[in-house]
Design a protein around this ligand. Structure first.
Ligand code: PEP
Ligand code: MN
Length: 345
């Protein structure tokens, strides 16, 4: 349930509502808003009777039931989009945000070169895995702490924000020391211990859709993080596993439009993992802008032929700059559509 209080409802009225909620056996999960207080309520019980009782109380504007199983991330709970302010950029607002860099951090030279290239072309965040989830235990597993330190150097050299993957709940504090955004990989989307730990973390989280996960499961995983205390979550469509083999994964592009209806969380498209093939990355990136994603997560390597992971889907510096340039008119239209939707919202 959510309870919207009247504009400037008194402290006493809010306290009385809280007490009544608890009398019904429900738990007050969050109280948000300055001028207009909105109370989030969770638990099990007789919702209809509780709603009627609350709506009759002084200071209450409206009490509504949220029918979606994911409560806090639903549009019903929060009609306006969540804006995540990080490193001077707002994700989910009036800016289309590009995060780019190699699949893995491989060496100082490689990551510094990558950072300069993506910054010059207009990206706001540098991506690069220090902890790598690899299908084979014999493949490169990442430079781990050394990789995090190299990302930090790249941040200082360029001013870019850093997004990097955290694979285990044990590493959340460590990775959060170096990263501005914590990436949760597709293979960890339902690692519930990790999701709960992220709820206690103050860094924004980018949650990737699992290889065989539904949109609803993605939203339930996001709900874990938000319900445990961290509202700064963005979702990432990175392709799902189907019978199709022409592309590495099948990009569920419609999921972005569907998510925009179902949730207020920002949505990022990863056209690199969604296709597995560099020639397909720019056209898919355009589709992402057109369908209303809030940004892109793109793999770019200074020398893709030498990449230790995902070389085939990594753009080279020239291709990345060309993609960014070619996206400009689409992003202009995106901005116009976004400002109109902000006006009508
Ligand atoms: C990555 O971003 O390099 C990665 C491993 O992605 P995913 O978890 O989507 O496979
Ligand atoms: Mn990769």
């Amino acid at each position: 349930m959510i309870i919207s209080m009247k504009l400037h409802a008194s402290r006493e009225e809010v306290d009385n509502v809280r007490a009544r909620i608890e009398d019904f056996g429900y738990k007050v999960h969050s109280i948000a808003g300055e001028e207009r207080i909105v109370i989030g309520v969770v638990g099990v019980g007789d919702v209809t009777v509780c709603l009627e009782s609350l709506e009759a109380m002084p200071g209450v504007e409206k009490a509504v039931r949220i029918s979606a199983p994911y409560k806090f991330v639903s549009r019903e709970f929060q009609p306006h989009k969540t804006e995540i302010k990080v490193c001077g950029t707002t994700i989910g607002g009036s800016e289309f945000v590009v995060m780019a860099g190699p699949c893995s951090v491989e060496s100082e030279r490689q990551i510094l070169e990558s950072a300069e290239i993506v910054a010059r072309a207009g990206a706001k965040f540098l991506r690069g895995g220090a902890f790598k989830p690899r299908t084979s235990p014999y493949d490169f597993q990442g430079l781990e702490i050394e990789g995090l330190k190299l990302l930090d150097k790249a941040r200082h050299a360029t001013g870019l924000g850093i997004i990097t993957e955290v694979m285990s709940d044990r590493d959340v504090d460590l990775v959060a020391e170096y990263a501005d955004i914590l990436q949760i990989g597709a293979r960890n989307m339902q690692n519930f211990a990790l999701l709960k730990t992220l709820g206690k973390c103050s860094r924004p989280v980018l949650l990737k859709r699992g290889l065989s996960s539904t949109v609803k499961e993605l939203l339930m995983s996001a709900e874990y993080v938000v319900a445990h205390g961290n509202p700064q979550v963005m979702l990432c469509e990175r392709g799902i596993r189907t019978f199709e083999t022409v592309t590495r994964n099948t990009c569920d592009i419609a999921a972005i439009a569907a998510l925009n209806e179902l949730t207020h969380l920002p949505i990022i498209l990863d056209p690199s993992h969604a296709t597995g093939k560099r020639s397909l990355v720019p056209p898919l990136a355009r589709a992402g802008v057109a369908i209303g994603a809030d940004g892109l997560l793109v793999e770019m390597h200074p020398h893709p032929e030498k990449a230790m992971s995902d070389g085939a889907q990594s753009l080279d510096p020239r291709q990345f700059a060309a993609m960014m340039h070619d996206l400009e008119p689409y992003i202009d239209l995106w901005k116009r559509a976004r400002s109109e939707s902000l006006v009508t919202a």
